[in-house]
Structures are given as structure tokens and as C-alpha cells.
Write a protein that binds this ligand. Structure first.
Ligand SMILES: Cc1cc2nc3c(=O)[nH]c(=O)nc-3n(C[C@H](O)[C@H](O)[C@H](O)COP(=O)(O)O)c2cc1C
Length: 210
């Protein structure tokens, strides 16, 4: 083979390799994009909505425990695990907490929207990051519940409820000692409504600093 022919073939070969590699890379990129679009976790995070109507059925305990476990794996400042979760499935206690919550607003309706259970998140005030820690637990609970087909809604005023004498007495009755602040009530149950459409995300939600 002449020198010229050899170099021409080598050039052709290298070009072919580059083309194939390029195609492979772009395939991988496309596959990556599809994988991201179809990612169950991301889809779950996007489709969770606050549910405000529930059936009377109490979710099975093993299902609730899965949700609660996910809550306990939320990140916490310095890994101090400042929050606690009180899983209330007893109807009388659930109703009592609902009444106490309504009383904070001077109302008498059921702020728990008929949900049969409530996961109360409290966190240790002595840990500087307690509010963030407890909020992340709430987020994990809501997203995990949604992943398992359950509905939830964050109901506020846990702080006010557990700062009352009645609230403090309840904690004591449940064997909880320490300086705990109510972070949120995660009401939970089977949805009796279609998930509402989310509001469009505001235009200036994200700033990219490249
Ligand atoms: C800190 C906090 C407090 C909330 N308190 C209440 C509440 O007391 N009652 C209620 O119906 N929803 C409450 N929500 C739910 C919000 O209204 C809801 O997340 C918001 O409207 C967005 O809807 P989405 O959860 O379906 O995306 C609360 C949410 C957060 C994060």
C-alpha cells in the first residue's frame, strides 16, 4: 500500500470512529433525558398535592410505617435528628387535636379535613436547626405518602397547640419529655378527591448564576 493510500485510510477510519463515538454520546444524552423525564421520584415530587378530602378508611399500619420511616430519614442539621413524629391513629385523640387546632383560630370546623390520621412533627428547640429539620421531615412524610397512594396536607398551628397547657399535658401523657415545639401536622389518609392542579410556578422562582 502506498504511503498516500495508507494515510487516507487512516483518516477515514478515524473519522468513522469519531462519528460512531459521537452518535453513541448523543444516544446516551437522549437516553439520559428520557430517564430523567421518566424518573419516578421526580414525578412523585411534582405531582404531590395537598389533599383536603378523605375517605374514612384508616391506612394500613404497614403503609403508615413506611411513610413514617421515610420521615425519619430526612436530613437534619449535624445529623442530630432533632424532630420526633407522633403517629395518631386513635380517633378520639385525632378529634381532640383537631378541636385544639380549630380553637387556635377561634373556629369549630375540622381543620384536618376528615383525614383519619395525623402525623404530628415536633422538634427539639435546643437544636439550632430544629425548625428546618422538622420541616424536612414534614416534606419527606408528604412525598412518601404520595408515592404510596396516600393523600396528605400540612396543617399548621402545631406550635400553638403544643404550647398550650393541654398540649403540654398530652405530650407528657404520651411519654414525651423535653423542650419540643410543634412544627406541623401531616394529616394523612386515602384521598376522596382528584389531586388539584398545581398553580403555575412563578416566573422569578429560579435564578441561574452561570
Ligand atoms: C408551612 C405550611 C403550612 C400549611 N398550613 C396549612 C393549613 O393550615 N391548612 C391547609 O389547608 N393547608 C396548609 N398548607 C398547605 C398549603 O396551602 C399548600 O401546600 C399550598 O397551597 C400549595 O399546594 P400543594 O401542596 O397542593 O402544592 C400548609 C403548607 C405549608 C408548607
Amino acid at each position: 500500500m502506498g504511503t498516500y493510500k495508507f494515510f487516507a485510510m487512516k483518516k477515514y477510519l478515524m473519522l468513522t470512529i469519531a462519528l460512531v463515538a459521537g452518535t453513541m454520546i448523543s444516544c446516551t444524552e437522549a437516553q439520559k433525558e428520557t430517564a430523567m423525564d421518566q424518573n419516578e421520584t421526580l414525578e412523585n415530587l411534582k405531582t404531590r398535592r395537598s389533599i383536603r378530602s378523605y375517605t374514612d378508611s384508616l391506612p394500613e399500619m404497614d403503609l403508615l410505617k413506611k411513610v413514617i420511616e421515610a420521615g425519619t430519614y430526612a436530613p437534619t442539621g449535624q445529623g442530630k435528628q432533632s424532630p420526633i413524629i407522633v403517629a395518631v391513629t386513635d380517633k378520639d385523640v385525632r378529634d381532640r387535636l383537631s378541636r385544639m387546632n380549630a380553637a387556635v383560630m377561634g373556629a369549630s370546623n375540622d381543620p384536618f379535613y376528615g383525614a383519619p390520621a395525623v402525623l404530628v412533627v415536633l422538634a427539639d428547640r435546643n437544636v439550632p436547626t430544629y425548625l428546618y429539620d422538622g420541616s424536612l421531615v414534614m416534606g419527606n412524610l408528604m412525598n412518601a405518602a404520595h408515592a404510596l397512594g396516600l393523600g396528605t396536607c400540612w396543617i399548621h398551628r402545631a406550635r400553638e397547640v403544643f404550647d398550650t397547657e393541654e398540649g403540654k399535658a398530652l405530650l407528657k401523657e404520651w411519654g414525651i419529655e423535653g423542650d419540643y415545639e410543634g412544627i406541623g401536622n401531616c394529616i394523612i389518609g386515602y384521598p376522596a378527591q382528584e389531586a388539584p392542579q398545581p398553580k403555575p410556578r412563578k416566573a422569578d422562582y429560579v435564578y441561574y448564576v452561570d
